[in-house]
Design a protein around this ligand. Structure first.
Ligand SMILES: Nc1ncnc2c1ncn2[C@@H]1O[C@H](COP(=O)(O)OP(=O)(O)OP(=O)(O)O)[C@@H](O)[C@H]1O
Length: 559
């Protein structure tokens, strides 16, 4: 990856970094469940239990642009993933490095390093290269300006100016301006690193005392490259600059925070919903950019609004997904990888060539990682029992679901899919049926190239629709929850009023009736959307299976 990227870094790349088990985790006998398969593949071995208490392992395979094991240091990660972006910034690109992952997964270690242990992070490693390049003749006209701010609950706070609350507005050209953001001119590595350390200390300890847990906010460090063009006036000696490029480092809120939505505490719930919204918006924007769509939904969140100028035109982005290796973190690890995979697989879908084999590869990288999971039985000691490959879940499972009658009841269908109790038996029986009924490959009547192109295009359209529906369903769901909260308040008020002496009971009945009607309407609307979405998910699996059945024999006969 390193050599290719240095010459021509991809527009968007997603890499995964696994941290080692900590001493605390080792002392608690936490298990390392993450295995790097090769340079681009990583496996998560999730432990599960059936209702009859039989334990088994579900293996999830993910593919990324690069996978860095726990033995890889910051220097190597920097060389392969970030240094190409430094070079691109000097060439005029706007570049962005995201660190993503759950709390404790290594985002700070990656970005800031561990100065006490002499470990340099991406900030310092990039700064060294930047200042080294600035010494070169051709770049001497460039000056650097640094700003550092935090986005918490859709609000911006300046980390270099006592967490001052900042307003951001779009100018006439729809460019987002952050008013009053402090920008410091830096001329040495020392100056830059001192500013970063200061900003980080403000972020974690807070100056006002009203600070938040740092993992609930996104921290945006921007280094702006400006070309010095002279002085505006002789008397004031005010300098004139032209923007050359910008490099942004973004430490995203802990990925687990978006899942805090059912927390008891209202503030935590709102934070969680806000983080979810911004991470979803970020994913959608990256997807739109990667697919070169005409419209990029920057307005989806404050994070994407302020990053807009780093995402348009000549830009390069790398997302470093950090994962903790322990069994105790498996759920969050899977969520991090699924999110990163969505960013990545969407990119692949666009950039993949359109050969038949690539359509097959594309289909294997669909949004739902369910298709990439395999089950391994465990014995009573918790050791893996390896099954013959013919009985591994994914392909067969899809064979089974393709054979299942399609009902309108999505919940029932999902329940059936996930009913682990009778899964293996049903699955093995079904395998016999499927295996017996499947025509031998050589007798396969292969459809024409046009027909395959048509099926692939239908399948791609269906995926686009699913992605749109996913956003619509989650948005409607959120709206419905918000509205429910409001209705509950109104209902309580209504109840309180009716319990007063001489209250108007008729008006109570009418109001309650109207409220219930509205609730039912909203729920029905959401239910219909969810059902339709669910049907499309099932439809997509069937279409994908059909395509795989068509493409697989072709692929085999081609080689
Ligand atoms: N690649 C690594 N090699 C060695 N130690 C690591 C690595 N990554 C993280 N650690 C250690 O793991 C611990 C947690 O890492 P870190 O503080 O960077 O997590 P984080 O994702 O920034 O958490 P938070 O979101 O809570 O700030 C730290 O003690 C850190 O030194």
């Amino acid at each position: 990856m390193a050599q290719n990227n240095i010459r021509d870094p991809p527009r968007i790349s997603v890499v995964v970094r696994k941290r080692p088990l900590s001493e605390r985790e080792i002392s608690k006998d936490d298990l390392d469940i993450i295995e790097k398969r090769d340079d681009t593949n990583i496996i998560v071995k999730e432990r599960k239990e059936k209702v009859d208490l039989t334990r088994y392992i579900e293996q999830h395979l993910f593919t990324f642009d690069a996978v860095f094991n726990d033995t890889v240091g910051n220097e190597q990660l920097y060389l392969e993933a970030v240094q190409p972006l430094v070079a691109a910034t000097f060439e005029g690109s706007k570049t962005t490095v995201f660190a993503y992952g759950q709390t404790g997964s290594g985002k700070t270690h990656t970005m800031m390093g561990n100065p006490n242990q002499g470990i340099n992070g991406m900030y310092l490693l990039a700064a060294k290269d930047i200042f080294h390049l600035l010494e070169q003749e051709e770049f001497q006209c460039i000056e650097l300006f640094v700003s550092f701010y935090e986005i918490y609950c859709s609000k911006l706070f300046d980390l270099l100016n006592k967490r001052k609350f900042l307003h951001c507005r779009a100018d006439a050209k729809e460019r987002v301006q952050i008013q009053g953001l402090k920008e410091s001119n830096v001329t040495t590595i020392d100056e830059l690193m001192k500013i970063i350390s200061y900003g980080l200390s403000v972020r974690t300890t807070g100056v006002t005392g009203a600070n938040v847990d740092s993992s609930r906010s996104h921290a945006v460090l921007q280094i702006t490259f400006k070309i010095f063009e002279g002085y505006k006036g002789y008397t004031k000696q005010e300098k004139k600059y032209k923007l050359h490029s910008k490099m942004s480092f973004i430490d995203l809120a802990g990925s687990e925070r978006g899942a805090d939505t059912i927390d008891q505490d209202k503030k935590t719930r709102i934070d969680g919903a806000e983080i979810n919204k911004s991470l979803l918006a970020l994913k959608e924007c990256i997807r739109a950019i990667d697919q070169e769509k005409k419209h990029t939904p920057f307005r989806g969140s404050k994070l994407t609004q302020v990053l807009k100028d780093s995402f348009i035109g000549n830009c390069r982005t790398v997302m470093i997904a950090n994962v903790s290796p322990g069994l105790s973190c498996s759920e969050h690890t899977l969520n991090t990888l699924r999110y990163a995979d969505r960013v990545k697989e969407l990119k692949k879908m666009k950039s993949a060539p359109i050969s038949k084999e690539d359509h097959l590869a594309k289909m294997l990288m669909l949004p739902r990682q369910k298709g990439n999971a395999t089950k391994i039985k465990m014995n009573s000691k918790g050791e893996e029992i390896h099954q013959p490959s013919a009985f591994k879940k994914p392909n067969l499972h899809r064979e089974v679901s393709a054979k299942m009658p399609k009902t309108n009841n999505f919940v029932e269908e999902r329940k059936r899919e996930y009913d682990e109790d009778d899964y293996m038996e049903e699955y093995e029986d079904a395998y016999q049926v499927v295996a017996a009924s499947k025509p031998p490959i050589q007798e396969y009547d292969s459809p024409s190239d046009e027909e395959i192109a048509r099926l692939c295009s239908n399948h791609e359209n269906l995926i686009d629709l699913i992605l749109e529906e996913e956003e619509e369903v989650t948005n409607s769901h959120k709206e419905q929850i918000d509205s429910e909260v409001e209705t509950v308040k109104e209902e309580m008020k209504l109840l309180y009023e009716v319990q007063k002496p001489n209250s108007d009971i008729k008006s109570y009945v009418e109001t309650l009736h109207a409220m219930l009607d509205q609730k039912i309407r909203m729920m029905m609307d959401l239910k219909m959307k969810v059902e339709q979405f669910g049907e499309h998910l099932v439809e997509e699996e069937i279409e994908r299976d059909n395509l795989m059945n068509i493409l697989k024999p072709r692929e085999q006969s081609d080689y």
